[in-house]
Design a protein around this ligand. Structure first.
Ligand code: ADP
Length: 613
């Protein structure tokens, strides 16, 4: 691995530590304290033990007892403080783990809809979340940096002690052994051997980690497929219907077996890799231990150090080897994490493609918000064809409007642009004469209560779904439920508005029509000045549909309302009908006027009328 890459990894790592510190300024100092405690504890024990052994050998038993007591007290005090800190860290680690997801989701919410709709974004979020599950999140980054720092301090301290040992001069033995154990020879021979071992360990571990990373990368696709099969197919009770009707059981089991085989092969290869690495590590550490003991025995034999010092230096060298292994391990782990951590930081830095407006939206009790499209065209990102072409229209103030047209004519796109989910490619949309891009986005969206075709309800309680982000009031919830025609259904539920909905997630299952009515209740609850219903009644029976329209008619009396419907009969009662064709408005007027024109509207009307006579 070249230096540039290592620098890049640590730049990413340190940036993340900075962010963690900003979130909670106690985490890093507490970890530093733990490092200091563990280093002091480890080396104090070595020094005290060495003195203790020398005292025993020298027959100074009183001193030996005193030293033993000091040793025990140090171990106890530092041990207790360390374990209290580690217990605290456990809670912190969980917080850090969750923080990673919170940051991702916060960012996803802050992104403009246009970007969020792009499948690449969903894949990116999935990749970040899944890789963090495999390699660890922010808590793991902190852990590895602590390991690295602790290892560096230990290696430095041990190296310093070994340097001191090398300096110890021989006082007896033959000229040859005195020369071999002299400070210069000690530094050259032992220092060289140590350095060689460390370099070889780095290379050796690096080789296997790289191999493992490649295997994991290939394996991520398999894991994703298994997770899809499990979550979306085997554990999805709704999929069960389709599987049985279309006899897909055998095909699915065959698919699942094929993926399981890949998992088995992956683990086989992974185990063989670990075995080879484990064997290599054992050989390296045995050679290292053999070398250090040989060196120490020589130093004791020529009288350079005492027997007590032997234990001290043996311990220091063992700690050096252990710290070195920890350093390599953590460095490699960070290396594995670096790719996705860099992508994570990139993701957090994504700019919104939308213009950020700051002008507040005027709060008007009279609800007089006039919206207009001025020569608006729009092309979806990555699509060659415009979905809207030169749309120029004013939305009638407090009028009941309808938008009609064949599938793909651009009706939903028109609404999405109106709600500022997308920005026009050309032209502008205005609110009371001002370009909507200039307004504060959230305040602007507060103007709309929308029931989309693919309305989404979530596996929360009825109350949470209806009130959404607009402050929960039981009275208002019941009013909205009543107006949407679903009050009786909710009254029958075991916990009324506190009942969890959506069966697959442990809630109650409601019919398609009931769910759609709840979506309507949510739009009513918002009590926005502009109400938009995009195919709102598709799942309703004709009686419910009529009731909903009547109720909505009442509700939107003082509002601007827009209905998008394929059922032409529901447009009949609108004051103003916009007819879309191939992304443009081709006709506009009242039901009678449009029928009299005998154009596209009349054709659509005729086409449906024949099913009703
Ligand atoms: P309607 O609501 O009238 O059925 P839409 O507004 O949904 O029509 O679609 C208008 C055109 O834009 C269609 O050609 C459709 O295929 C295309 N379109 C809709 N959504 C997207 C999208 N997210 N990406 C690319 N093209 C889209």
């Amino acid at each position: 691995m070249d230096r540039k890459k290592i620098v890049l990894i640590h730049k990413t790592g340190l940036r993340l530590l900075q962010m963690v510190h900003k979130e909670d300024s106690s985490i890093l100092p507490l970890h530093l304290l733990e490092i200091v405690l563990s280093v002091v504890q480890a080396y104090a024990a070595l020094f005290i033990t060495a003195d203790f052994v020398d005292a025993l050998i020298g027959g100074q038993y009183e001193r030996a007892v005193r030293l033993a007591l000091v040793l025990l007290s140090v171990e106890l005090a530092f041990g207790l403080a360390g374990s209290a800190l580690r217990r605290k860290f456990r809670g912190m680690e969980t917080r850090m783990w969750l923080l990673f997801y919170v940051w991702i989701r916060k960012k996803a919410f802050a992104l403009d809809y246009e970007r969020l709709e792009n499948p690449e974004v969903a894949q990116k979020i999935l990749f970040l979340e899944r890789t963090s599950e495999i390699y660890g999140g922010l808590g793991t980054v902190i852990y590895h940096y602590c390991q690295i720092l602790c290892a560096l301090i230990k290696m430095g301290t041990s190296a310093f002690m070994v340097g001191y040992l090398c300096m110890a001069r021989p006082v007896r033995g033959s000229a040859f052994w005195q020369a071999v154990t002299s400070p210069v020879c000690s530094f050259v021979l032992f220092g060289g051997a140590l350095f060689g071992m460390v370099a070889f360990s780095f290379y050796f571990t690096g080789f296997f980690v790289k191999k493992r990373m490649e295997m994991f990368r290939k394996h991520t696709g398999v894991e994703e497929k298994i997770s899809y099969l499990s979550k979306n197919i085997f554990m999805n009770y709704q999929a069960g219907k389709v599987i049985r009707i279309f006899g897909m059981e055998k095909m699915l089991l065959k698919n699942s077996r094929a993926e399981n085989k890949k998992v088995y092969n992956f683990f086989k290869e992974s185990c063989s890799n670990d075995l080879k690495q484990g064997m290599g590590d054992t050989v390296i550490s045995s050679v290292y231990a053999w070398l250090t003991y040989l060196f120490l025995i020589l130093k004791v034999a020529v009288g350079a150090v005492t027997l007590g010092a032997f234990t001290k230096y043996a311990g220091a060298m063992a700690k050096f080897a252990l710290a070195c292994a920890e350093l390599i391990g953590s460095q490699m782990q960070l290396q594995q994490m670096a790719t996705y951590m860099t992508e994570f930081l990139d993701f957090l830095n994504w700019e919104s493609a939308h213009t950020v407006g700051t002008v507040p939206v005027e709060k008007r009790d009279d609800g007089e918000y006039e919206l207009a499209f001025e020569d608006v065209s729009f092309v979806y990102p990555g699509s060659g064809q415009p979905a809207l072409r030169h749309v120029d229209c004013k939305l009638g103030l407090k009028k009941k409007m309808a938008v009609v047209g064949k599938n793909g004519a651009g009706k939903t796109t028109f609404i999405k642009l109106l709600c500022r989910l997308y920005e026009p490619t050309e032209g502008r949309i205005t609110l009371n004469g001002v370009d909507i891009r200039k307004y504060d986005e959230e305040e602007y969206r507060d103007l709309f209560g929308v029931v989309f075709q693919d309305f989404k309800l979530f596996s929360f309680t009825v109350g949470e779904n209806v009130a959404a982000g607009y402050g929960r009031s039981e009275e208002k919830i019941w009013e909205a439920l009543r107006k949407a025609g679903v009050e009786e259904v909710v009254r029958e539920l075991p916990q009324k508005t506190d009942t969890l909905i959506l069966k697959g997630r442990g809630g109650v299952d409601l019919s398609g029509g009931e769910i759609q009515k709840l979506a309507l209740a949510r739009a009513l609850y918002k009590d926005a000045p502009v109400v938009i219903l995009d195919e709102p009644t598709a799942a309703l029976d004709p009686v419910s549909e009529a009731a909903v329209y009547e109720s909505f008619g009442q509700m939107v009396k003082d509002k601007t309302s827009i209905y998008i419907s394929h059922r032409m009969s529901s447009c009949r009662f609108c004051d103003d009908i916009l007819v879309f064709e191939e992304g443009g408005i081709v006709e506009r007027g009242s039901h009678e006027a449009l029928l009299a024109r005998a154009g596209e509207y009349a054709r659509l009307w005729e086409a449906q009328a024949k099913y009703y006579v």
